[in-house]
Write a protein that binds this ligand. Structure first.
Ligand SMILES: [Zn+2]
Length: 291
């Protein structure tokens, strides 16, 4: 079957048939020649685009290009906390907004891989009841009822009830609990778009990104460290301090894609391995790349 000139495969556009293969322009500015069998899987000349996501109510994103300097990294933020009218969103709506925003980012920047900071799973860990162990859910339910009764008779406050329930093993940090939902929506957007993804824990990427041991100074947090590093590498950040804080971490998350934890999904693992080993660039070279 012939492939039509002008057809797109990821960042490649087919320009001409050459023998039994096709010469393509890649959006990175290079050309590559691939066979008809290769084209549906390669998606680029071998260049790699990585999208990094620092998910929260205010999400940071960054797009990194393998063939450009760090100064060419694009980054920004999007919020899932409120709608266009400035009204607060419910949990479920935040997830939907996150999925939609990540889907748009993938469509716009066409990443080969998406890196997401791993949300904490502490809630699930506490909620499990082992054999012979305490059933945390039952304890929580009991304490919840007890607090409600005490409150009814003027013997407690909502704050006290929350404190008691958090001692019982639940977490009342609802922002933290929402992270898993926001990440799930982002992952769904990756799967729908055919973009492989991986996750990386905050501690892991901090030690990878700041190899010189840079740590937050007096009155600083990790976001301040990320801003400082971006300024050192001349990476353009958004203009406001708040947006800078959310975007800067995404820049360094995107740089850690090689060390990600991958989901157990075969096509994603295959694609990630091909990206890591630069298999597509090697293939293009074998088949006659004009670099
Ligand atoms: Zn390319």
């Amino acid at each position: 079957m012939m492939i039509e000139v002008g057809k797109k495969f990821g960042r490649l556009i087919v320009r001409a048939r050459e023998g039994s293969a096709y010469r393509c322009d890649c959006s990175c500015g290079r050309q590559a020649i691939f066979t008809e069998d290769d084209l549906p899987t390669v998606k680029s000349c071998g260049c790699i685009v990585i999208l990094g996501l620092d998910l929260a109510t205010n999400c940071g994103w960054a797009v990194r290009y393998s063939w450009r300097s760090p100064a060419a990294i694009k980054c920004g933020v999007f919020s899932v906390g409120e709608n266009n009218a400035g009204e607060d969103m419910e949990w479920e709506e935040k997830y939907a907004l996150a999925g939609n925003q990540v889907y748009r980012l993938i469509k716009e920047h066409n990443p080969d891989f998406v890196v997401i900071e791993q949300p904490e799973h502490s809630i699930r860990r506490y909620g499990r009841s082992g054999k012979g162990g305490v059933d945390r859910a039952a304890v929580q339910a009991f304490i919840g009822r007890l607090s409600a009764i005490l409150f009814k008779y003027g013997l407690g406050s909502p704050q006290a009830a929350q404190a008691v329930s958090s001692i019982a093993g639940g977490s009342n940090n609802s922002n933290q609990m929402q992270l898993a939902g926001i990440a799930g929506a982002a992952i769904a957007a990756c799967i729908i778009s055919g973009a492989p993804y991986g996750t990386i824990g905050a501690r892991s990427w901090h030690s990878l990104a700041y190899r010189d041991g840079t740590k937050p100074g007096e009155g600083e947090d990790w976001k301040d460290v990320a801003i400082r590093q971006c300024e050192l590498e001349k990476i353009p950040l958004p203009s406001t301090k708040k947006d800078k804080r959310d975007a800067a971490e995404a820049v360094f998350i995107s740089g850690c894609w090689v060390k990600c934890n991958l989901p157990n999904i075969k096509w994603m693992r295959d694609r990630w391995m091909a990206l890591r080993t630069n298999a597509y660039a090697a293939k293009a070279k074998r088949e006659g790349i004009a670099a």
